[in-house]
Design a protein around this ligand. Structure first.
Ligand SMILES: C[S@@+](CC[C@H](N)C(=O)[O-])C[C@H]1O[C@@H](n2cnc3c(N)ncnc32)[C@H](O)[C@@H]1O
Length: 224
């Protein structure tokens, strides 16, 4: 398992245990076809909507929820999450069931729009992994997208996010994608302005040095 994902598995579990809350509603923004992060949060969520701009990503999620024969097999990654959290691999089936039960709507979202979900939607928990820095690469455009993302958090609600740090572009499956070059200062200022009590921590991820970045940030925040 990637060091990045081991850190996220551990950090999210410690944070959720510390909060000691079960969230009635949650949304993951920019899920892609990737279920390992929702897997980390699902035991703490009653209804977890997943969202992305690309329809095919939501279809890939749907295939997994429906146990379609063409669905991606997430079990090897889910086992890695359980290991990173110091949990027994025997929990795999139950935790996968938790995720399938928790997943609610698969929503199309566009953070470039003033109303990204087309309604005044707000959630008790919002999660987002490696998303806004790819949506708009200019600092101003990124800040707009981030404000819209934070606007989805209900008052008193929680926000957890991972973002690449000090990076202009990164490589996925051989292709380079431009990103907004960010550091913790960008995040702390914006979270404060938007009325969040937040912690922003940087972590080294040398495993991605050849792919354009070797640090990432984790944001844990509560809306006042
Ligand atoms: C780097 S991927 C991250 C996917 C997944 N969260 C992960 O960590 O592997 C960025 C995601 O943002 C989504 N995205 C692109 N444009 C978007 C937009 N305008 N609004 C919301 N999401 C968008 C992409 O479709 C993609 O799934």
């Amino acid at each position: 398992m990637l060091i990045t994902d081991m850190i996220l598995a551990e950090e999210s579990m410690n944070w959720l245990n510390k909060l000691g809350r079960r969230f009635a509603t949650a949304i993951d923004v920019g899920t892609g076809p990737v279920l390992e992060y929702p897997f980390m949060f699902a035991p703490f969520v009653q209804k977890y909507d997943l969202s992305d701009y690309v329809e095919n990503n939501l279809l890939a999620v749907r295939r997994w929820v429906d146990r379609a024969p063409q669905a991606h097999d997430w079990n090897p990654i889910f086992r890695g999450v359980l290991r990173a959290q110091g949990q027994s691999i025997d929990l795999l089936e139950g935790r996968s069931r938790d995720l399938r039960c928790a997943i609610g709507e698969l929503r199309k979202i566009d953070l470039r729009q003033p109303e990204p979900l087309g309604t005044n939607a707000q959630y008790d928990l919002v999660t987002s992994f490696f998303c806004t820095e790819c949506v708009d690469v200019t600092p101003e455009g990124w800040a707009q997208c981030k404000k819209r993302l934070l606007g989805l958090v209900a008052p008193g609600g929680a926000f957890f996010s991972a973002i690449v740090q000090n990076c202009n572009q990164y490589r996925i499956l051989g292709l380079w994608f431009p990103t907004c070059n960010l550091n913790p200062h960008h995040l702390t200022g914006l979270l404060d302005d938007e009325g969040f009590t937040a912690e922003v921590n940087s972590y080294a991820c040398p495993e991605f040095a050849d792919s354009g970045f070797s640090q990432f940030m984790v944001v844990k925040a509560i809306r006042k």
